[in-house]
Structures are given as structure tokens and as C-alpha cells.
Design a protein around this ligand. Structure first.
Ligand SMILES: Cc1cc2nc3c(=O)[nH]c(=O)nc-3n(C[C@H](O)[C@H](O)[C@H](O)COP(=O)(O)OP(=O)(O)OC[C@H]3O[C@@H](n4cnc5c(N)ncnc54)[C@H](O)[C@@H]3O)c2cc1C
Length: 441
């Protein structure tokens, strides 16, 4: 049996090897890049020589402190592994993004979210401490008290300041089952007003929502439960998102709830034909976001992009008061549905690269599809960028962005980012945020 001390010793040995790897990257003059087997990124980097740091082994739970309700874990641990481990203690990460291969480090370096975010905020707000391998080649331990500049500057930095190798994250008590209620609305105004109300009441453990069309939108509230009369299973023939239209109430195991969106990658599995029963019957091992990601990456390598289709894969955050307006714009001008909607409360702290107003209720809209086009590449994505600026929102940087430099740096704090870069990556071992997220360097 491995002891916590053995895990700790192995973490120290592997970290030292990674520091040596980073020093080699510095000597090579090539930009450093993450070497791992999974990714949920949807902006493909331009081909270029990079010095890959093999971080695949940083995927362990080092310690769960059930008393303090924290987990001390390595940065590339997937939520699938983390949830499996914490559930043994009757606990869950306070915010557990619902694709199994999302990693804790990836969720913190972007804007990780889930249906508990209306209570606990975005993933980075549930993190108490981190150890970050910086561009200097140091491992810097940071928290709100130690190196607070790095701690508050790291979220949404997308690996441009360093890589989180170790994190302490908050857990919450979990019951074995979750009871869901789907409530239908016929108009955006009513839908968003109800969503705001249930978040304010805070009587649910989880709140998210799904838009199928302007007159078909559902708010889903879910609460933990110690028992269940029967439980649904959305890991095989039954498809979760379709159940929302069919059922008013539902029961899932806690684990079934956390992964309810993974089996069909929300609804994006439709692109692979596996929602057809005759195909699905034989596709069980492939029904997960890990497989869809791999197939998608392969097809992007092998098939030429069509000029008649624009890929619109975005998560955008809008103040809830402007939610109906964005919803109507999205359905009318872009024409994508379904759309995932997830409310979240912004922090009362300032995170340098998270340009959200403090202590406000926002809604995240997730929409991921191809849109027929006769316009220049990026036409629809640019429209979305302009609309969210107009509504006081912000967009995730994990997928394509089209901002010009002045616009980008009018959204993100260039001066503070410049200080962070100067302190933790003065030689530019990692690309800067604009180069990486917009220019795809
Ligand atoms: C259909 C779809 C649904 C999605 N649903 C959700 C959702 O429900 N909730 C949610 O939160 N997100 C969701 N996302 C977005 C996803 O979380 C982000 O892409 C996230 O950044 C992916 O993290 P990853 O761990 O897979 O990291 P990767 O894809 O490997 O990397 C993402 C970026 O983070 C950097 N990075 C990764 N690990 C680290 C680290 N340890 N330290 C520093 N930088 C690091 C990488 O350099 C890279 O720039 C969704 C995306 C899609 C397309």
C-alpha cells in the first residue's frame, strides 16, 4: 500500500525532473509546451517546434483531508480520477467540470465551471494553494498569503506564466443520489428571471439549464438525496439531454449526475452518428468525451476544412440581467441549438486575468457547432465577440478568438499581466497570452 509519504517523495522526484526539463527548454530556445495525452482545447496551434515537457505522470491524489474537506492533488489529474477518489470519502470537488478528461490544472488555467458554480464560483475560486513551475525554472508555492500576485494572476493565464503541478482544492459533502427537476419555459425573459430566482434562493445543490429553442428552455435544479426510488442511467442507450424534454423529474447516482453530459459530449456526439439506436447499440465503449476528442482531432488532421462551414465553439459569460438579450441574439443571428446555460457567482476577490465584475450573477452559455456560411472565416465568432463586449461579458479563451491586439488588451489587464510575465517568465519560455490564445503560437 502506498503511503502519503511515498506519494510525496515521488512527487518531489518527478518535480525535480520537470525543473531539469524546463531548464533544457530554456537552453534550447524553443517555447515550452505541455506534453500529455488528453486535451479539451479547441484552438489548434500553428505547427512549430516546441520543447514538450512530459507531465503525464502528474495525475495523482497526494492526500485527501476529510476533516478539512480538501484534496491535495497533482496538476494534471483528470476530474474522472479526482471524483472517483473523493467519492470514497463521501465528498466531491466543490466544482467538478463535467467532462471526464478535463484536468484540475487546465480548469484553473482557464475558467472551469459546473452547475455548483452559482454557489462556489468558478473552479479557481475553490483552490486554496498551488505549486507552479514558472518560466524561471522555479517551483513557486502560492496562496492568498504566499506569492499572492501569482496566485491571483494565474487563473485564465492558459499556461503562459507556468504550469500548476500541485493544487489544494476544496471539497463538499456528497450524498449517494441526486434528484433533478426540469422546469420548462416558453420565453427567454421568464427563463432567465426564474434562473436568477433559484440561484438567489440557493435551496438547490446544482443549477444549470438547456435552451432547445426560443420557446423551449429548461431550468434544471438538482439536490443531493440519501435514497432514490429508481435511478436513470445515461451511460448507454438513454441520452441525457433528450431526457430533459421528456421528464419533469429524475434520479441519478451522484456519479451519474457529475458525468451526465460526458456520454454524449453534451449533444455533440450527434456528429459521430452514435445517437442513432442501431449504431449506439454497438458503440458503448466509444460513448465518452475522450473518444470524441480523439476522433475530432484525427479528422481535423486528415480532412480539409470546409469554407462553407464556420466552427463556432464558444463558452461566453454574460451578466444574468443581459442573458435574455444574448439568448435572442444567439438563436437569431448564429442559429445554434441546443445551448448549455450555467449560472455562476463571480468572486469578491480580483483575479487579474478574469475581467468579471465582483459579486455578480453571470450566466455561461456553451455552444459548440458548425454554422453554414458565405462570409469570410471568423464572421460569426467575431459577431459573438462584439456582442459580449456590448453586454459586459467575457469569453473563454480555450477556443478560437479573433480579437485584434488593442481590443484584447483593453479586456485583459496588460500592465498587471506584464508584471507577472516579467516576474515569472522574463525570458518568454512560454508564449504571451495574446500570442497563444489569439495568434495560436
Ligand atoms: C463541448 C465542450 C464542453 C465543455 N464543457 C466544459 C464544462 O462543462 N466545464 C468547463 O469548465 N469547461 C468546459 N469546456 C472547456 C474546457 O474546460 C477547457 O477547454 C479547459 O481549459 C480544458 O482543460 P484541460 O484540462 O483539458 O486542458 P488542456 O486542454 O490540455 O489545456 C488547456 C489550456 O490550459 C493549459 N493548461 C493545462 N493544464 C495546465 C496546468 N496544469 N497548468 C497551467 N496551464 C495548464 C494548457 O497549456 C492550455 O493552454 C468545454 C469545452 C467544450 C468544447
Amino acid at each position: 500500500m502506498d503511503t502519503a509519504a511515498e506519494y510525496e517523495a515521488r512527487y518531489q522526484t518527478r518535480s525535480a525532473a520537470l525543473v531539469a526539463g524546463l531548464q533544457a527548454a530554456r537552453r534550447s530556445g524553443l517555447p515550452a509546451a505541455l506534453g500529455k495525452t488528453t486535451s479539451n482545447l479547441f484552438r489548434h496551434r500553428q505547427p512549430a517546434a516546441r520543447h514538450r515537457l512530459d507531465v503525464r505522470s502528474f495525475d495523482h491524489v497526494l492526500r485527501i483531508d476529510a476533516g478539512r474537506m480538501t484534496a491535495d492533488v497533482e496538476g494534471m489529474i483528470t476530474y474522472e480520477t479526482l471524483v472517483e477518489e473523493t467519492l470514497r470519502y463521501g465528498l466531491l470537488p466543490a466544482v467538478a467540470p463535467q467532462l471526464k478528461t478535463i484536468t484540475l490544472g487546465g480548469a484553473v488555467s482557464g475558467l472551469g465551471i459546473e452547475s455548483s458554480s452559482f454557489k462556489y464560483g468558478l473552479v479557481h475560486e475553490t483552490v486554496e494553494a498551488m505549486e507552479i513551475l514558472t518560466g524561471n525554472g522555479d517551483i513557486v508555492a502560492c496562496s492568498a498569503c504566499r506569492h499572492p500576485d501569482l496566485f491571483f494572476g494565474f487563473p485564465n493565464s492558459y499556461g503562459t506564466l507556468g504550469y500548476a503541478l500541485r493544487l489544494t482544492v476544496r471539497l463538499v459533502p456528497a450524498s449517494p443520489y441526486v434528484y433533478l427537476t426540469h422546469t420548462r419555459f416558453l420565453a427567454p425573459d421568464d427563463f432567465f428571471a426564474h434562473l436568477a430566482r433559484v440561484c438567489e434562493q440557493a435551496s438547490a445543490d446544482f443549477v444549470d439549464a438547456t435552451i432547445f429553442g426560443k420557446d423551449e428552455m429548461y431550468v434544471t435544479q438538482a439536490v443531493f438525496s440519501d435514497g432514490a426510488p429508481e435511478v436513470s442511467d445515461y451511460t448507454y442507450m438513454d441520452i441525457y439531454y433528450r431526457s430533459i424534454q421528456r421528464k419533469q423529474n429524475d434520479w441519478l447516482t451522484a456519479k451519474g449526475y457529475i458525468w451526465r453530459w460526458d456520454t454524449d459530449w453534451f449533444w455533440c456526439s450527434k456528429h459521430f452518428g452514435v445517437q442513432k439506436p442501431a449504431i449506439r447499440l454497438f458503440a458503448r465503449p466509444a460513448l465518452n468525451s475522450r473518444t470524441y476528442q480523439r476522433v475530432m482531432r484525427l479528422s481535423q488532421k486528415l480532412l480539409p476544412a470546409s469554407a462553407a462551414l464556420e466552427s463556432v465553439i464558444q463558452d461566453v459569460d454574460v451578466p444574468i440581467a443581459r442573458g435574455a438579450e444574448f439568448c435572442e441574439f444567439l438563436l437569431r443571428e448564429i442559429g445554434i441549438s441546443p445551448v448549455w446555460v450555467c449560472p455562476f457567482k463571480s468572486s469578491d476577490r480580483t483575479y487579474d486575468l478574469c475581467p468579471l465584475k465582483p459579486n455578480q450573477l453571470y450566466v455561461n452559455f456553451g455552444f459548440w457547432d458548425m454554422v453554414p456560411t458565405t462570409h469570410e472565416n471568423g464572421h460569426y465568432n467575431r459577431m459573438i465577440e462584439r456582442k459580449i463586449a456590448e453586454l459586459g461579458g467575457v469569453k473563454g479563451l480555450y477556443s478560437a478568438s479573433y480579437y485584434d491586439k488593442p481590443t484584447f488588451w483593453s479586456i485583459y489587464d496588460k500592465v498587471r499581466y506584464g508584471h507577472l510575465k516579467q516576474t515569472y517568465d522574463p525570458d518568454g519560455v512560454f508564449p504571451d497570452l495574446y500570442a497563444k490564445c489569439v495568434e495560436r503560437k
